[in-house]
Ligand binder design. Structure first.
Ligand SMILES: [Zn+2]
Length: 304
């Protein structure tokens, strides 16, 4: 074989790449199968081209991903803005609607409640007034703990000590346990601000009205006027408390009495001296019951 034909042969036989499995090796193999004979340069060019294509493909894919992400994020942002706008526009309407529905329900419930109350003859007056229960310590001078089995009367008193508060009056009763000064107490004390303090439970006697301790409830009222009249706040709480007690024990209004109605003591001073004011107080109690009760209040509540 001469030198020229040998060179020709070398040129036409694709040189095998270094490692089996690489692309240039595959190219060579495929070319052999297709009966093509590639030069080393052609193989390298193809490889280079493929690498360029691959890089371009990779770049395109990256660009697509970035674009996609951009679209998704923008979409989300626009969606959020739109949602916010829509909510802002429609929220008041929704709230109004909810409020309206709630109001309707409230009205219906109130209506049903009043109907039930009427049907059952229930009285709002039965609701206990706001009472601060501060029972005094049991002791033989002001809280003997003896049972109050029956209530025929409710007695109204005054403290006979202008400017003394309800809390001080309660303390005075409570201190009898220590001072042993007098046998004195009352179930309730009404202060000058209209506060009601309960000193003794309603199933126990108080020491307030000599002959009637075992069948009555007593209310002590604070005052700060010279003539002994009660402040409006005290008067209003007294009216409310009397109305409740009258209904609770089913008493006629005349069962509400002044301490002075049972003895010589001018207690409560102003109302003992002014019968018209006392009658006006009883009238106000009845008015309260009529206003806060219902038509089913027994006649006995109103006396003769
Ligand atoms: Zn009295």
């Amino acid at each position: 074989m001469d030198k020229k034909s040998e060179l020709e042969k070398t040129k036409r036989i694709p040189p095998l790449p270094v490692e089996e499995g690489t692309e240039s090796w595959q190219d060579a193999l495929e070319a052999l199968e297709r009966d093509e004979v590639l030069t080393m340069r052609e193989i390298e060019q193809r490889e280079k081209l493929r690498a360029q294509k691959k890089a371009a493909k990779k770049r395109r894919r990256r660009r697509r991903i970035i674009t996609l992400w951009f679209l998704v994020i923008s979409g989300c942002m626009i969606g959020a803005i739109l949602l916010f706008w829509v909510l802002k526009k429609t929220a008041p309407v929704v709230v109004d609607y909810a409020q309206e529905t709630a109001n309707e329900w409230k009205e219906e419930i109130t209506e049903a409640q009043s109907e039930t109350e009427e049907a059952q003859g229930e009285l709002k007056i039965w609701d206990m007034p706001e009472i601060d229960r501060q029972f005094i310590t049991p002791n033989r001078y002001s809280r003997p703990g003896e049972p109050l089995l029956h209530v025929d009367n409710v007695f109204v008193h005054y403290t006979a000590n202008p400017g003394t508060s309800a809390a001080q009056t309660r303390s005075y009763f409570n201190n009898q346990a220590v001072t042993h000064e007098r046998s004195v107490s009352a179930h309730f004390v009404i202060g000058m601000e209209g506060e009601i303090i309960q000193c003794i439970p309603l199933d126990e006697i108080a020491y307030a009205v000599q002959k009637h301790n075992y069948n009555s409830i007593s209310i002590e009222c604070c005052y700060d006027s010279e003539d002994g009249s009660f402040r409006q706040e005290t008067y209003d709480s007294l009216t409310r408390l009397l109305a409740w007690l009258v209904c609770k024990y089913e008493l006629p209004i005349d069962a509400v009495q002044r301490h002075s109605d049972t003895c010589y003591k001018k207690c409560p001073k102003y109302y003992a001296e002014h019968d018209d004011k006392w009658n006006a107080l009883k009238f106000d109690v009845l008015e309260y019951i009529k206003e806060h009760g219902s038509a089913s209040v027994p006649d006995s509540y109103f006396g003769e």
